[in-house]
Design a protein around this ligand. Sequence first.
Ligand SMILES: Nc1ncnc2c1ncn2[C@@H]1O[C@H](COP(=O)(O)OP(=O)(O)OP(=O)(O)O)[C@@H](O)[C@H]1O
Ligand SMILES: [Mg+2]
Length: 276
Amino acid sequence: MAKVSSDGTSLLEVRGLRKTFNPEGSLAHVALDGVDLTMKAGEFACIVGSNGAGKTTLFNAIAGSVIPDAGLIRIGGENVTFLPDYKRARKVSRVFQDPLKGTAPNLTVAENVSLAYGRSKRGSALKMAMRKEKREFIAEALSTLGFGLEDRMDVKVGSLSGGQRQAVTLLMATIGHPYLLLLDEHTAALDPHATERVLELTDRVAKAPDIATLMITHDLEDALTHGTRTIVMHEGRIVADVSGEEREHMQVGDLLELFRTSAGTKLADDKVLLKA
Ligand SMILES: Nc1ncnc2c1ncn2[C@@H]1O[C@H](COP(=O)(O)OP(=O)(O)OP(=O)(O)O)[C@@H](O)[C@H]1O
Ligand SMILES: [Mg+2]
């Protein structure tokens, strides 16, 4: 199946996406208020926005864990808007903030990676390989991460550091060649050094020409220095989307100013964009 959509190049097309939680009654909350977004192969967009802006809900809708009220989601050209999550799991991979999610702590590094291969289309080829070849295959994949995990293949994942776990999770998330990689504050629980290393790895993973990456972050500096686009969400809408030369020259202060003007709101405190 070719990784293209109806317009020939987009891996993700989101049109007019809406979601209201608890629509009946006083708890009604509009989480997505008409989101349009197109991502092409090779693009890497960072999403920023204050708490409750709808960033995670957008990911949930793309991954299928939240079904929208209205709008359209196409992944790799296929309309998946109302498909359950398990029917699009091979197309969309997610990495969460919590390094405990995404891996099985009581299994070894090799067993976790082996499971990811098993779930992928490449699994059957791997199953046919001899046990020794399979270990070599996994060791080679681990060595590309640059975390030395190829020498710790028989260690339980639960005993790894958060950064090492996120590296294993990133490998597992991309083994099956998904169309989309969704990273939801995947470095927020890491120390600054581990954050830097996982972001370096993220940059490498996202450079694959046949994947589109979306990364939610509260670090505005990271949102400008990583990837190819910076998207600002506010109250369920995309209020700014910058790329190219405009983005290259942008500083954190400019991004905050852009947020103020495009969101049409005067922030009481700029930290509202950062982690609360
Ligand atoms: N399952 C749900 N049921 C009810 N309300 C929800 C649900 N999921 C999200 N919301 C609400 O929708 C709004 C958007 O939430 P979302 O998690 O998408 O925000 P976010 O931009 O990811 O914020 P944060 O930066 O805090 O992670 C919030 O007000 C949240 O309380
Ligand atoms: Mg969130």
